[in-house]
Design a protein around this ligand. Structure first.
Ligand code: SF4
Ligand code: SF4
Length: 416
Protein backbone atom coordinates (compact mmCIF):
# COMPACT_ATOMS: atom_id res chain seq x y z
CA UNK A 1 0.00 0.00 0.00
CA UNK A 2 1.26 3.48 -0.85
CA UNK A 3 2.14 5.09 2.52
CA UNK A 4 0.60 8.41 1.42
CA UNK A 5 -2.88 6.91 0.99
CA UNK A 6 -4.06 6.93 4.67
CA UNK A 7 -3.20 10.64 4.93
CA UNK A 8 -5.05 11.33 1.71
CA UNK A 9 -8.01 9.35 3.06
CA UNK A 10 -8.20 11.78 6.00
CA UNK A 11 -8.28 14.73 3.58
CA UNK A 12 -11.11 13.09 1.61
CA UNK A 13 -13.05 12.36 4.81
CA UNK A 14 -13.46 16.08 5.54
CA UNK A 15 -16.01 16.27 2.69
CA UNK A 16 -19.58 16.16 4.01
CA UNK A 17 -21.14 15.80 0.53
CA UNK A 18 -23.19 18.99 0.88
CA UNK A 19 -22.69 19.96 -2.77
CA UNK A 20 -22.21 23.66 -2.08
CA UNK A 21 -19.07 23.56 -4.21
CA UNK A 22 -20.86 22.37 -7.34
CA UNK A 23 -21.97 25.80 -8.66
CA UNK A 24 -18.40 27.07 -8.26
CA UNK A 25 -16.85 24.30 -10.39
CA UNK A 26 -16.12 25.25 -14.02
CA UNK A 27 -16.05 21.67 -15.30
CA UNK A 28 -19.37 20.91 -13.63
CA UNK A 29 -20.80 24.06 -15.21
CA UNK A 30 -19.60 22.93 -18.65
CA UNK A 31 -20.30 19.18 -18.43
CA UNK A 32 -23.08 18.96 -15.84
CA UNK A 33 -22.01 15.51 -14.63
CA UNK A 34 -21.40 14.57 -11.00
CA UNK A 35 -18.04 12.79 -11.64
CA UNK A 36 -16.81 16.10 -13.12
CA UNK A 37 -17.77 18.01 -9.98
CA UNK A 38 -15.65 18.46 -6.83
CA UNK A 39 -17.97 16.22 -4.79
CA UNK A 40 -17.95 13.53 -7.47
CA UNK A 41 -14.17 13.67 -7.79
CA UNK A 42 -13.72 13.42 -4.03
CA UNK A 43 -16.01 10.38 -4.06
CA UNK A 44 -13.90 8.81 -6.82
CA UNK A 45 -10.65 9.66 -5.05
CA UNK A 46 -11.89 8.12 -1.82
CA UNK A 47 -12.85 4.92 -3.69
CA UNK A 48 -9.39 4.83 -5.30
CA UNK A 49 -7.66 5.42 -1.96
CA UNK A 50 -9.65 2.66 -0.28
CA UNK A 51 -9.05 0.26 -3.16
CA UNK A 52 -12.77 -0.08 -3.94
CA UNK A 53 -12.23 1.35 -7.42
CA UNK A 54 -9.43 0.37 -9.80
CA UNK A 55 -7.58 3.27 -11.46
CA UNK A 56 -9.02 2.71 -14.93
CA UNK A 57 -8.81 5.34 -17.67
CA UNK A 58 -12.61 5.79 -17.41
CA UNK A 59 -12.19 6.96 -13.83
CA UNK A 60 -8.93 8.86 -14.17
CA UNK A 61 -10.31 10.98 -17.00
CA UNK A 62 -12.53 12.77 -14.49
CA UNK A 63 -9.51 13.66 -12.35
CA UNK A 64 -7.58 14.79 -15.41
CA UNK A 65 -10.44 17.09 -16.42
CA UNK A 66 -10.07 18.94 -13.11
CA UNK A 67 -8.40 22.32 -13.60
CA UNK A 68 -6.95 22.39 -10.10
CA UNK A 69 -8.42 25.89 -9.88
CA UNK A 70 -9.47 25.39 -6.22
CA UNK A 71 -12.71 27.34 -6.63
CA UNK A 72 -14.29 24.46 -4.72
CA UNK A 73 -12.05 25.21 -1.73
CA UNK A 74 -13.28 28.79 -1.58
CA UNK A 75 -16.91 27.58 -1.70
CA UNK A 76 -16.50 24.72 0.77
CA UNK A 77 -17.92 25.22 4.29
CA UNK A 78 -16.11 22.14 5.58
CA UNK A 79 -12.56 23.28 4.82
CA UNK A 80 -11.76 20.47 2.36
CA UNK A 81 -8.19 20.90 1.10
CA UNK A 82 -9.10 19.78 -2.38
CA UNK A 83 -5.90 20.96 -4.10
CA UNK A 84 -3.67 19.02 -1.75
CA UNK A 85 -5.91 15.94 -2.06
CA UNK A 86 -5.86 16.07 -5.86
CA UNK A 87 -2.09 16.49 -6.09
CA UNK A 88 -1.58 13.68 -3.57
CA UNK A 89 -3.87 11.28 -5.41
CA UNK A 90 -2.32 12.16 -8.76
CA UNK A 91 1.10 11.44 -7.24
CA UNK A 92 -0.02 8.15 -5.71
CA UNK A 93 -1.55 7.12 -9.02
CA UNK A 94 1.41 8.12 -11.15
CA UNK A 95 1.95 4.70 -12.71
CA UNK A 96 -1.59 4.05 -14.00
CA UNK A 97 -1.80 7.67 -15.19
CA UNK A 98 1.24 7.12 -17.40
CA UNK A 99 -0.80 4.60 -19.39
CA UNK A 100 -3.27 7.29 -20.46
CA UNK A 101 -3.67 8.61 -23.99
CA UNK A 102 -1.22 9.73 -26.64
CA UNK A 103 -1.74 13.41 -25.83
CA UNK A 104 -0.72 12.90 -22.20
CA UNK A 105 2.23 10.71 -23.17
CA UNK A 106 3.44 13.40 -25.58
CA UNK A 107 3.06 16.42 -23.32
CA UNK A 108 4.04 14.96 -19.94
CA UNK A 109 7.83 14.84 -20.60
CA UNK A 110 7.62 18.44 -21.85
CA UNK A 111 5.76 19.51 -18.72
CA UNK A 112 8.13 17.72 -16.37
CA UNK A 113 11.48 18.06 -18.09
CA UNK A 114 11.31 21.07 -20.39
CA UNK A 115 9.01 23.75 -18.94
CA UNK A 116 10.60 23.86 -15.47
CA UNK A 117 14.04 24.47 -17.07
CA UNK A 118 14.20 27.95 -18.61
CA UNK A 119 17.01 27.07 -21.04
CA UNK A 120 15.14 24.06 -22.40
CA UNK A 121 11.94 26.11 -22.46
CA UNK A 122 13.61 28.80 -24.59
CA UNK A 123 14.64 26.10 -27.07
CA UNK A 124 11.03 24.88 -27.18
CA UNK A 125 9.68 28.38 -27.78
CA UNK A 126 12.07 29.24 -30.65
CA UNK A 127 10.32 27.14 -33.38
CA UNK A 128 6.91 28.37 -32.17
CA UNK A 129 8.08 31.93 -32.74
CA UNK A 130 9.05 31.01 -36.31
CA UNK A 131 5.59 29.54 -36.89
CA UNK A 132 4.02 32.72 -35.48
CA UNK A 133 5.56 34.69 -38.36
CA UNK A 134 3.79 32.62 -41.02
CA UNK A 135 0.18 31.99 -41.96
CA UNK A 136 -1.32 30.36 -38.88
CA UNK A 137 -4.56 29.21 -40.43
CA UNK A 138 -2.86 26.08 -41.85
CA UNK A 139 -1.57 24.92 -38.49
CA UNK A 140 -3.27 22.03 -36.63
CA UNK A 141 -5.62 23.44 -33.94
CA UNK A 142 -3.43 22.55 -30.96
CA UNK A 143 -0.34 24.09 -32.54
CA UNK A 144 -2.22 27.18 -33.68
CA UNK A 145 -3.51 27.63 -30.16
CA UNK A 146 0.04 27.45 -28.76
CA UNK A 147 1.26 29.98 -31.32
CA UNK A 148 -1.69 32.31 -30.65
CA UNK A 149 -0.90 32.26 -26.94
CA UNK A 150 2.70 33.45 -27.42
CA UNK A 151 3.36 37.04 -26.37
CA UNK A 152 5.30 39.17 -28.88
CA UNK A 153 9.01 38.40 -28.95
CA UNK A 154 9.63 42.14 -28.70
CA UNK A 155 6.88 43.73 -26.63
CA UNK A 156 8.18 47.18 -27.55
CA UNK A 157 7.25 46.41 -31.13
CA UNK A 158 3.72 45.28 -30.33
CA UNK A 159 1.50 46.95 -32.92
CA UNK A 160 -0.84 49.73 -31.80
CA UNK A 161 -1.27 48.26 -28.34
CA UNK A 162 0.30 51.23 -26.65
CA UNK A 163 -1.77 53.85 -28.42
CA UNK A 164 -4.77 55.72 -27.11
CA UNK A 165 -3.18 56.52 -23.77
CA UNK A 166 -2.93 52.87 -22.73
CA UNK A 167 0.19 51.78 -20.88
CA UNK A 168 2.96 50.81 -23.26
CA UNK A 169 4.96 47.60 -22.83
CA UNK A 170 8.18 48.27 -20.98
CA UNK A 171 11.72 47.53 -22.02
CA UNK A 172 13.16 44.31 -20.66
CA UNK A 173 16.74 44.79 -19.57
CA UNK A 174 18.48 41.64 -18.39
CA UNK A 175 17.97 41.32 -14.66
CA UNK A 176 21.16 41.31 -12.64
CA UNK A 177 21.41 39.62 -9.26
CA UNK A 178 20.68 42.78 -7.20
CA UNK A 179 18.71 46.02 -7.48
CA UNK A 180 18.97 48.51 -4.59
CA UNK A 181 15.98 50.09 -2.86
CA UNK A 182 14.85 53.53 -3.95
CA UNK A 183 14.51 55.93 -1.04
CA UNK A 184 14.21 54.65 2.52
CA UNK A 185 14.86 50.93 2.82
CA UNK A 186 12.19 48.49 4.14
CA UNK A 187 14.15 45.26 3.87
CA UNK A 188 15.27 42.63 1.37
CA UNK A 189 12.87 41.07 -1.12
CA UNK A 190 13.95 37.92 -2.95
CA UNK A 191 12.39 37.88 -6.41
CA UNK A 192 11.55 34.58 -8.10
CA UNK A 193 12.06 34.97 -11.84
CA UNK A 194 10.18 31.74 -12.61
CA UNK A 195 10.50 29.24 -15.48
CA UNK A 196 8.16 30.75 -18.06
CA UNK A 197 8.51 34.46 -17.28
CA UNK A 198 12.18 34.98 -18.33
CA UNK A 199 11.56 33.40 -21.74
CA UNK A 200 8.15 34.90 -22.52
CA UNK A 201 7.66 37.93 -20.26
CA UNK A 202 11.08 39.34 -19.30
CA UNK A 203 9.65 42.89 -19.37
CA UNK A 204 7.12 41.86 -16.71
CA UNK A 205 9.88 40.62 -14.42
CA UNK A 206 11.82 43.83 -15.00
CA UNK A 207 8.73 45.89 -14.14
CA UNK A 208 8.12 43.90 -10.94
CA UNK A 209 11.69 44.45 -9.77
CA UNK A 210 11.43 48.21 -10.43
CA UNK A 211 8.24 48.34 -8.39
CA UNK A 212 9.75 46.46 -5.45
CA UNK A 213 12.76 48.78 -5.46
CA UNK A 214 10.43 51.80 -5.64
CA UNK A 215 8.53 50.38 -2.66
CA UNK A 216 11.76 50.40 -0.64
CA UNK A 217 13.08 46.87 -1.05
CA UNK A 218 16.60 45.83 -1.89
CA UNK A 219 15.78 43.17 -4.47
CA UNK A 220 17.81 39.96 -4.63
CA UNK A 221 17.30 38.03 -7.85
CA UNK A 222 18.83 34.52 -7.87
CA UNK A 223 19.68 33.50 -11.43
CA UNK A 224 19.17 29.87 -10.38
CA UNK A 225 17.04 28.11 -9.31
CA UNK A 226 13.92 29.43 -11.03
CA UNK A 227 11.37 26.65 -10.64
CA UNK A 228 9.18 26.45 -7.51
CA UNK A 229 7.90 22.94 -8.37
CA UNK A 230 4.26 23.93 -9.01
CA UNK A 231 4.11 22.42 -12.50
CA UNK A 232 5.42 19.10 -11.26
CA UNK A 233 3.10 19.06 -8.25
CA UNK A 234 0.02 19.75 -10.37
CA UNK A 235 0.98 16.81 -12.54
CA UNK A 236 1.47 14.48 -9.56
CA UNK A 237 5.30 14.44 -9.65
CA UNK A 238 5.57 15.12 -5.93
CA UNK A 239 9.21 14.02 -5.61
CA UNK A 240 10.23 16.39 -8.42
CA UNK A 241 8.19 19.18 -6.84
CA UNK A 242 9.87 18.72 -3.45
CA UNK A 243 13.37 18.74 -5.02
CA UNK A 244 12.53 22.05 -6.74
CA UNK A 245 11.01 23.51 -3.55
CA UNK A 246 14.11 22.61 -1.50
CA UNK A 247 16.35 24.48 -3.94
CA UNK A 248 14.07 27.53 -3.76
CA UNK A 249 14.06 27.52 0.06
CA UNK A 250 17.85 27.50 0.08
CA UNK A 251 18.16 30.25 -2.54
CA UNK A 252 15.93 32.68 -0.60
CA UNK A 253 17.13 31.81 2.91
CA UNK A 254 18.40 35.32 3.71
CA UNK A 255 15.46 37.37 2.39
CA UNK A 256 12.83 39.11 4.51
CA UNK A 257 10.14 38.32 1.95
CA UNK A 258 10.02 36.20 -1.20
CA UNK A 259 8.06 37.78 -4.04
CA UNK A 260 6.60 36.31 -7.20
CA UNK A 261 4.52 37.84 -9.97
CA UNK A 262 3.15 34.41 -10.99
CA UNK A 263 0.03 33.46 -9.03
CA UNK A 264 0.66 29.74 -9.51
CA UNK A 265 4.17 29.99 -8.06
CA UNK A 266 2.87 32.04 -5.12
CA UNK A 267 0.17 29.52 -4.26
CA UNK A 268 2.66 26.64 -4.47
CA UNK A 269 5.28 28.36 -2.29
CA UNK A 270 2.68 29.38 0.31
CA UNK A 271 1.76 25.68 0.56
CA UNK A 272 5.37 24.77 1.36
CA UNK A 273 5.62 22.45 4.39
CA UNK A 274 8.31 24.75 5.86
CA UNK A 275 5.99 27.28 7.55
CA UNK A 276 8.86 29.73 8.11
CA UNK A 277 9.47 29.90 4.37
CA UNK A 278 5.78 29.83 3.37
CA UNK A 279 5.03 32.74 5.72
CA UNK A 280 7.55 34.95 3.91
CA UNK A 281 6.06 34.43 0.44
CA UNK A 282 4.16 37.33 -1.10
CA UNK A 283 2.40 37.94 -4.35
CA UNK A 284 3.71 41.17 -5.91
CA UNK A 285 0.39 42.94 -5.23
CA UNK A 286 0.53 41.89 -1.57
CA UNK A 287 4.09 43.11 -1.17
CA UNK A 288 3.27 46.50 -2.71
CA UNK A 289 0.17 46.99 -0.56
CA UNK A 290 2.06 46.00 2.59
CA UNK A 291 4.71 48.58 1.70
CA UNK A 292 1.94 51.15 1.08
CA UNK A 293 3.29 51.80 -2.41
CA UNK A 294 1.71 54.67 -4.34
CA UNK A 295 2.31 55.72 -7.97
CA UNK A 296 4.63 58.64 -8.75
CA UNK A 297 2.39 59.73 -11.63
CA UNK A 298 -0.97 57.94 -12.05
CA UNK A 299 -2.34 57.04 -15.45
CA UNK A 300 -5.67 58.61 -16.19
CA UNK A 301 -9.06 57.40 -17.23
CA UNK A 302 -8.21 54.03 -18.80
CA UNK A 303 -11.15 51.61 -18.73
CA UNK A 304 -9.88 48.31 -17.40
CA UNK A 305 -11.00 44.91 -16.14
CA UNK A 306 -8.89 42.75 -13.84
CA UNK A 307 -8.95 39.00 -14.43
CA UNK A 308 -8.37 37.07 -11.20
CA UNK A 309 -5.98 34.13 -11.66
CA UNK A 310 -7.43 31.15 -9.77
CA UNK A 311 -4.20 30.61 -7.87
CA UNK A 312 -4.42 34.21 -6.68
CA UNK A 313 -8.14 34.30 -5.88
CA UNK A 314 -8.71 30.75 -4.63
CA UNK A 315 -5.17 29.54 -3.93
CA UNK A 316 -4.07 32.67 -2.01
CA UNK A 317 -7.45 34.40 -1.35
CA UNK A 318 -6.11 37.63 -2.85
CA UNK A 319 -8.69 39.78 -4.63
CA UNK A 320 -8.58 43.26 -3.05
CA UNK A 321 -4.88 44.12 -3.41
CA UNK A 322 -4.57 44.09 -7.22
CA UNK A 323 -7.78 46.11 -7.59
CA UNK A 324 -6.63 48.61 -4.97
CA UNK A 325 -3.29 49.08 -6.73
CA UNK A 326 -4.88 49.48 -10.16
CA UNK A 327 -7.24 52.14 -8.77
CA UNK A 328 -4.28 53.93 -7.20
CA UNK A 329 -2.66 53.80 -10.64
CA UNK A 330 -5.61 55.77 -12.04
CA UNK A 331 -7.50 53.01 -13.87
CA UNK A 332 -11.31 52.97 -14.11
CA UNK A 333 -12.00 49.39 -13.07
CA UNK A 334 -15.13 47.49 -14.05
CA UNK A 335 -16.01 44.09 -12.61
CA UNK A 336 -16.61 41.19 -14.96
CA UNK A 337 -19.30 38.56 -14.41
CA UNK A 338 -18.05 35.17 -13.18
CA UNK A 339 -14.79 36.72 -12.01
CA UNK A 340 -14.31 33.69 -9.74
CA UNK A 341 -14.36 31.24 -12.67
CA UNK A 342 -11.21 29.84 -14.30
CA UNK A 343 -10.17 31.01 -17.79
CA UNK A 344 -9.21 27.44 -18.71
CA UNK A 345 -5.46 28.21 -18.83
CA UNK A 346 -4.54 26.31 -15.67
CA UNK A 347 -0.89 25.64 -16.53
CA UNK A 348 -0.81 22.54 -18.70
CA UNK A 349 -4.59 22.29 -19.09
CA UNK A 350 -4.62 23.94 -22.52
CA UNK A 351 -2.32 21.17 -23.75
CA UNK A 352 -3.98 18.22 -22.04
CA UNK A 353 -7.68 19.21 -22.22
CA UNK A 354 -7.92 21.50 -25.28
CA UNK A 355 -11.70 21.24 -25.84
CA UNK A 356 -12.70 22.12 -22.27
CA UNK A 357 -9.97 24.72 -22.08
CA UNK A 358 -11.27 26.43 -25.23
CA UNK A 359 -14.87 26.40 -23.98
CA UNK A 360 -13.82 28.06 -20.71
CA UNK A 361 -11.63 30.55 -22.56
CA UNK A 362 -14.50 31.61 -24.84
CA UNK A 363 -16.81 32.11 -21.85
CA UNK A 364 -14.15 34.08 -19.97
CA UNK A 365 -13.37 36.39 -22.89
CA UNK A 366 -17.08 37.17 -23.33
CA UNK A 367 -17.36 38.09 -19.65
CA UNK A 368 -14.16 40.13 -19.53
CA UNK A 369 -14.98 42.19 -22.61
CA UNK A 370 -18.68 42.78 -21.89
CA UNK A 371 -17.99 46.28 -20.50
CA UNK A 372 -15.81 47.19 -23.53
CA UNK A 373 -12.59 47.78 -21.57
CA UNK A 374 -9.53 49.34 -23.19
CA UNK A 375 -7.22 47.02 -21.33
CA UNK A 376 -7.38 43.67 -19.54
CA UNK A 377 -5.03 43.13 -16.63
CA UNK A 378 -4.07 39.90 -14.89
CA UNK A 379 -1.29 38.49 -12.74
CA UNK A 380 -0.19 35.09 -14.00
CA UNK A 381 1.66 33.96 -17.15
CA UNK A 382 -0.71 31.08 -17.86
CA UNK A 383 -3.72 33.46 -17.75
CA UNK A 384 -1.90 35.98 -19.96
CA UNK A 385 -1.31 33.30 -22.58
CA UNK A 386 -4.83 31.92 -22.38
CA UNK A 387 -6.43 35.36 -22.73
CA UNK A 388 -4.07 36.24 -25.56
CA UNK A 389 -5.16 33.10 -27.45
CA UNK A 390 -8.79 33.97 -26.73
CA UNK A 391 -8.38 37.48 -28.15
CA UNK A 392 -6.35 36.40 -31.19
CA UNK A 393 -9.23 36.45 -33.66
CA UNK A 394 -10.71 39.76 -32.51
CA UNK A 395 -10.38 42.70 -34.89
CA UNK A 396 -9.86 45.28 -32.13
CA UNK A 397 -9.04 43.43 -28.94
CA UNK A 398 -8.43 45.22 -25.66
CA UNK A 399 -4.73 45.39 -24.84
CA UNK A 400 -3.55 42.79 -22.38
CA UNK A 401 -1.10 43.43 -19.56
CA UNK A 402 0.37 41.89 -16.45
CA UNK A 403 -0.38 44.12 -13.46
CA UNK A 404 3.36 44.78 -13.00
CA UNK A 405 3.54 46.37 -16.47
CA UNK A 406 0.65 48.73 -15.71
CA UNK A 407 1.89 49.78 -12.26
CA UNK A 408 5.47 50.30 -13.46
CA UNK A 409 4.16 52.81 -16.01
CA UNK A 410 3.38 55.11 -13.10
CA UNK A 411 7.02 55.26 -11.93
CA UNK A 412 8.76 58.49 -12.85
CA UNK A 413 12.27 57.23 -12.31
CA UNK A 414 13.73 53.79 -11.96
CA UNK A 415 16.73 52.58 -10.02
CA UNK A 416 19.98 52.11 -11.89
S1 SF4 B 1 -10.33 22.41 -8.60
FE1 SF4 B 1 -11.71 23.61 -9.96
S2 SF4 B 1 -12.21 22.19 -11.66
FE2 SF4 B 1 -11.34 20.93 -9.99
S3 SF4 B 1 -13.10 20.22 -8.82
FE3 SF4 B 1 -12.41 22.12 -7.81
S4 SF4 B 1 -13.62 23.76 -8.78
FE4 SF4 B 1 -13.82 21.94 -10.10
S1 SF4 C 1 -18.58 21.99 -0.49
FE1 SF4 C 1 -16.91 20.89 0.55
S2 SF4 C 1 -17.94 19.45 1.92
FE2 SF4 C 1 -19.49 20.15 0.46
S3 SF4 C 1 -19.42 18.59 -1.21
FE3 SF4 C 1 -18.03 20.26 -1.81
S4 SF4 C 1 -16.01 19.60 -1.05
FE4 SF4 C 1 -17.55 18.33 0.02
Amino acid sequence: MNPALPQLGKLADTCIHCGLCLPACPTYAELGSEPDSPRGRIYLMRALIEGRQPATPDVLVHLDRCLGCRACETACPSGVRYGRLLEGVRGALAEPRRRLGVRTLFWRPILRQVMPDRRRFRILVAPLRLLARGDRQWLPPALRRAVDALPPADPLGAPARSQGGNPAPLAAPGLGPFVPARGSRRGTAGFLTGCVMPALFPHVNAAAVRLLAAAGYDVVIPQEPTCCGALQAHDGDLAGAERAAARIRAAFAGCDIVVTNSAGCGAAMKDDPDAGFAGRVRDLSEALCEADWWPDRPLEGIRAVFHDPCHLRHGQRITAQPRELLRRAGLLLAEASESDVCCGGAGSYTLLQPALSTALMTRKIANLTASDPEILVTANPSCLMQLRAGLADRAEPPALFHIAEVLAQTLVSTPA
